[in-house]
Write a protein that binds this ligand. Structure first.
Ligand code: XMP
Length: 500
């Protein structure tokens, strides 16, 4: 939702629902959006809202849970009558000329994800849309500048969601669309210089877009005070280490230190199958390796390294349960996985940005397309793409399968149209197959091609069958111990992009 607001060229920030209203108002917001959330408004301990929020004269837009909270707080009715709706739903607009819906069709597709439903709007509100199941799917009060929708306008499957959101921002709240990523660089360079001063920093480079852009930004700010450290944790894909050494250094001229830490990571991961535990271990080992690199850099140069640069993005912060009331979906290795005894101060210049904004910043910094347009790859690497224990043999097997999939996707010209395509090994699953004249009992490989704009939501990519067939044939023929290739056809939500 926050990203959609920025796409409408309005700056946005997420604050926890527990923040006192006075504190929110002290930030002088031009509008407030009450987001969706995992609870029922009637659940014990569910986030609540102070009525004063609606009486402060600041325009408010509630969506999903926020909509229901708004309804109950202002005297409307929300009941848990089993009226559940999940996924794509047909919405009928009953007030086509309203502030929210003007210029959008009477029948439109929206994305729903709720249990309870609003059956009566608060007094003074006009009901402007409904569905077959929910009589009040949107309401508006122009006089008080309060608006709400039951669905998720921020999701692409809500065909006119962005338009409705912009109507709220521009028409309902009267905000001018003026925010861009252009000023982010200048602002961040100044902030980094102030934070780091004359000290030195190191940056963990993963070869991905985020750490590359973070490093380039910090290098612009503090130049040779920065050393990049690339940890080869043995969880990388084929050819990745060589690519980082070659492409990134060529593009930025940054000082790069490569650390071979494969054994260390694999030893730490031995016997571990739980995804959260894997993520925590990988996060912890990363930091330890950095500390080691720090010691070596000090030994080489004699100066203290006080800062660690990380390419943490806003979705990482949000999805790691950045505020109370949000569900902890996964501990991203660069946020929730940090150990308590961390010795560095963090520099996270991309912490407020979304992926597409990071790409824009990268391009503005002069990084080449091969880096800026790369498909996302998670920090914990293939470690979270093996369902089950991570071992060297399994990694090698997955690397082979992944290389085949990537090669064929590139050959088919699909790199740009697919957001990313995790290739996952179900190491604890075996199935019976037949190859040559013999029975096999091998592992399945999952292909997870997804289309997305920011990884917060995604849909599975309808890839050409012939490309899928080629990948499947090649993997089952060329990769020992794999006798089946399956396609993941789940959107996010309810699935996440990665399997762990
Ligand atoms: P999920 O699986 O949560 O992934 O839908 C959303 C996006 O984030 C990437 N991802 C990560 N990136 N560290 C990262 O740097 C992580 O721990 C991590 N986990 C997931 C994932 O590949 C997708 O693009």
């Amino acid at each position: 939702m926050a990203r959609r607001v920025r796409e409408a060229r309005v700056y946005s920030e997420i604050v926890p629902s527990t923040m006192p209203v006075a504190e929110m108002l002290a930030k002088n917001p031009k509008a407030i959006i009450l987001s969706g959330g995992p609870s029922s408004v009637y659940a014990e301990g569910a986030p609540t809202v102070d009525r004063a929020l609606f009486e402060a004269g600041v325009p408010v837009f509630g969506m999903c849970y926020g909509f229901q909270l708004m309804a109950t707080t202002l005297g409307g009715t929300v009941d848990d009558n089993g009226a559940r709706e999940y996924g794509r739903t047909a919405l009928t607009v009953s007030q086509p000329g309203s502030t929210l819906f003007e210029g959008t069709p009477v029948d439109q597709s929206v994305w729903m994800s709720h249990g309870d439903a609003c059956s009566a709007a608060p007094e003074g509100f006009t009901v402007s849309a409904s569905t077959d199941v929910v009589p009040v799917a949107a309401f508006e009060n122009d006089e008080k500048r309060l608006y709400g929708v039951q669905y998720h306008p921020e999701v692409l499957h809500s065909t006119h969601g962005q338009q409705v959101l912009e109507h709220f921002l521009y028409r309902g709240a009267g905000i001018e669309p003026t925010w861009t990523t252009g000023n982010v660089i200048e602002e961040q360079v100044a902030l980094i210089r102030e934070q780091v001063g004359s000290k030195r920093a190191i940056c963990g480079l993963s070869g991905g877009v985020d750490s590359a852009v973070a490093a380039a930004l910090v290098q612009k700010a503090i130049g040779s005070q920065l050393t990049c450290v690339y940890v080869d944790h043995g969880l990388m894909r084929q050819g990745e280490t060589e690519q980082v050494e070659k492409d990134f250094v060529a593009a930025t001229g940054v000082q790069l230190k490569v650390v071979d830490a494969e054994k260390r990571f694999l030893d730490a991961l031995a016997g571990v199958s739980d995804p959260e535990q894997k993520r925590k271990i990988i996060g912890r080992e990363f930091i330890r390796v950095f500390e080691q690199a720090q010691a070596e850099i000090i030994a080489e140069g004699g100066e203290d390294v006080a800062f660690l640069v990380q390419g943490t993005l806003y979705p990482d912060v949000v999805e790691s349960g950045g505020g109370s009331g949000t569900a902890n979906i996964k501990s991203h290795h660069n946020v929730g996985g940090l150990p308590d005894d961390i010795e560095f101060e963090l520099v996270e210049p991309l912490r407020q940005l979304f992926k597409d904004e990071v790409r824009m910043v990268g391009a503005q910094l002069g990084l080449p397309d091969e880096i800026v347009q790369r498909q996302p790859f998670p920090g914990p690497g293939l470690g979270i793409r093996i369902v089950g224990e991570v071992t060297k043999e399994r990694l090698d097997l997955l690397r082979e399968a992944d290389a085949i999939a990537r090669e064929e996707l590139t050959a088919a010209g699909l790199d740009r149209s697919i957001w990313q395509c995790p290739v996952v090994l179900l190491a604890d699953v075996r199935s019976v197959g037949v190859q040559g004249d013999g029975r096999t009992y091998g592992h399945p490989i999952v292909l997870r091609p997804v289309s997305s704009e920011d990884a917060m939501t995604a849909d599975w990519t309808r890839m050409p069958y012939d490309v899928l067939a080629k990948i499947s044939t090649r993997i089952t023929n060329e990769v020992a111990d794999v006798n089946r290739v399956v396609l993941d056809v789940t959107s996010k939500p309810p699935g996440t992009i990665e399997w762990e």
